[in-house]
Ligand binder design. Sequence first.
Ligand code: PMP
Length: 395
Amino acid sequence: MSKLWNRINDELKTRHESKTYNVIKVLESPQGEIIEVGGKRYINMCSNNYLGFANEAGAIAAAKDYVEKYGVGAGAVRSISGTQKCHIDFERKLAEFKGVEDVMLVQSGFQANTAFVPTIITADDAIISDELNHASIIDAVRLTKARKYVYKHADMDDLKVQIEKAKSEVEGIVLIITDGVFSMDGDIAPLDKIVELKEKYEDVYLAVDDAHGEGVFGSHGRGLVNHYGLEGKVEFEIGTLSKAFGIAGGFVGGKKEVVDYLKQKARPFLFSTGLDSAMCGAGIYIVGEMTRTDERVKKLWDNAKYLQEQLRARGLDTWKTVSPITPVIVGEEAKATMLTKALFDEGVLVSPIIFPTVARGLARIRLMPSAAHTKEVLDEAIAKIEKCAKELGII
Ligand code: PMP
């Protein structure tokens, strides 16, 4: 066998033997509080469909309407003949909602980071990244030739040290980049303190990837920058449409000239076909709904607080979360896998999170409540989590 096939087969074998092979579940139903896998009913505690839009009738109707109007595919990259009016309409709506001058839509949140970072940053620049930033930020940073610095998670003293180091070592600009909400712990970036610090220096800029903050924090779910009252002080906002917006797609927001520049130069925009019309139609409806009412955001928080209080009342450790992301710490890696399996057998779907995604000894399951959950279903999930955690000696 060749080196390549050996490499692939060895890796697969190791994963099977160490029980880390990910058997990807196939859903036979739309997203929602209850989903179907293998013909069976499961309580869904692991999707990012925060506001329940992924299967909302109005969003589906809007998607159908736009497919009728614009067809199913954009047909080309946006810079050639793939920009449809629905792209522009959606960008305008999103910019208004986010309180930025303009946004550039791309195909996913991952693409938004890879479109933004390497386009804005040159080899003369520095990027300073929080150590717990998302993989898409890490990969986007890798695509640049800039000097790279990492600061200890949310640690402003270390950020200051890294800024000063970067300022003394590069000729160009310094970009600080951080997740808004950290998806493993559910804690949030101290954007107010980061802004205060960066404003002491010239040519130090801030980009926030608010994937888990949009639809969750701020007025009507406008995101973390709005939550902190920092509109106009954070130069770049990166977003995804795949979580609270319930669809797919991503965007970069900021000043008009930034978006203009990105549309001339960003490779995922120039070399990858634009979002399909169904996403634009559903997206326009969803942003309209988010602007019209904050009922879904309130229900999300009500459910999240209820879930977290009930778990803590049963002796479970929800760690540092200040957001709906609900980690339940179990300690050893094997316990997280066993708890996930026991819950699956009980009809509850959760995600196990283990080393190297989180530190050894801090293995956990992660629960994602949403506005689509009812208290009855949450109670059912809580009771099953308590039962399985007791059986495994976690509580
Ligand atoms: N950024 C962050 C911080 C995320 O959590 C995610 C989703 N896991 C992404 C980007 C990627 O978003 P998408 O799924 O739209 O590619």
